[in-house]
Design a binder for this molecule. Sequence first.
Ligand SMILES: Cc1ncc(COP(=O)(O)O)c(C=O)c1O
Length: 432
Amino acid sequence: MPPLGRREFLSRAALAGSLPLLAGAAAPAARPAAGALLDRSRPPGVVAADESAWQNVQAAWSVDRSIINLENGGVQPSPDRVHAAFAELARHAHRAPPITLNREQLPQLEDVRQRLAAAFGCDAEELALTRNTTEGAETVLLGCELRPGDRVLTTTQDYWRFLNTLKQRVARDGIEIDTLKLPAPDASVATVVDTFAAALTSRTRLVLLSQLINLTGRILPVSPLVELCHRRNIPVLVDGAHGFAHIPARRDALACDYYATSLHKWLGAPHGTGFLYVRRDRIGSLWPHFPAPAELRENIRKFESIGTFSAAPFLAIRPALDLYREIGADHKWARLRWLRERWLEPLAQHPGVTVHVDRRESSSGALATVMLPGLPAQPLAKWLWERHRIVVRPVDHPEFSGIRVTPNLYTTATEIDALSTALRTALTHGLS
Ligand SMILES: Cc1ncc(COP(=O)(O)O)c(C=O)c1O
């Protein structure tokens, strides 16, 4: 089949249902109220498609616009106001650290804890500040009591560090791991739950699963999976690296026992910030990564006993939360999915293109991995960078490969269209 020209590409996209989205991009701008970042008087789906409504949001980041950065799945840039707050806080801490850091800044971390807990929907006494998802998840994986022969269930697509951690516990503590293979991306929730159910054993003591699989962008049905495990009294650790401030699901919708996330991803907080949620009745039995005083046994702060650290990144979580609230969780979610569909919908119509996510709303968000026929991921990602200054992430996994594309709120429709044009060129002419 011949490659599609731009006009045909767009008309097929329209036939496939994306016309309102694409047409919406040209809709007249509704200006936000003076000083507001975004006009939220209209429904999220409508605002998402109105490119001009996002100008103030896009301008909130001073990113290098000579680069089209569609690799926001690793670490994200902070909006200017977050970075400015962080820089000033760091400067202030150094004026007289015993006073400015110890007496002034560190006590304010309690306020940050409160605000994050309110945003996640848990009690502040269940939320520990961490430097990233890794620190939070490792705390659980290394800190939960497991005896020789106990089993931990996870998937072949969970984060590589955590699979390594479990392997270390195999070698060190004699536990066993079960890694299940997920069914196809468009499998029903019932099929996913059945797959997990079939892999649970009478010795399973913990389940680790990703809220969103970083390799593909697939969102797992966390709540029914947690329900399944809880029926068997098995606690669940959710790797929420890509969940918080991206997928609008709070604690009650997840109902898991442990949740680890990074705030330098979707919240846009300074690099080196995250949190670990531990359900209150599980705090006492979880060992902290760094031993804390015995009287903190039931206290969530025992997971923060890491020695001297900078308060500045953590205090600058506050402006990041403010900005997230101004934009609104549902408006952010709708916009990220709109940006995703703008490139993916037409591309998915192209013969031979394999999309590694189910495009329905409950199943995927901003991230999506695709394999283009005859275009291996590594050379394609290299070509996109060297020829077009477009950054995407090549993914090579034993079960699939492809390029992962991850826009952010600062991404413009024009930048997404540059990707679409480059991919059409690659499909038509190859990488030469
Ligand atoms: C699914 C998943 N889990 C955990 C992590 C680790 O995040 P961090 O490096 O912020 O700890 C990542 C990082 O990209 C990830 O994609």
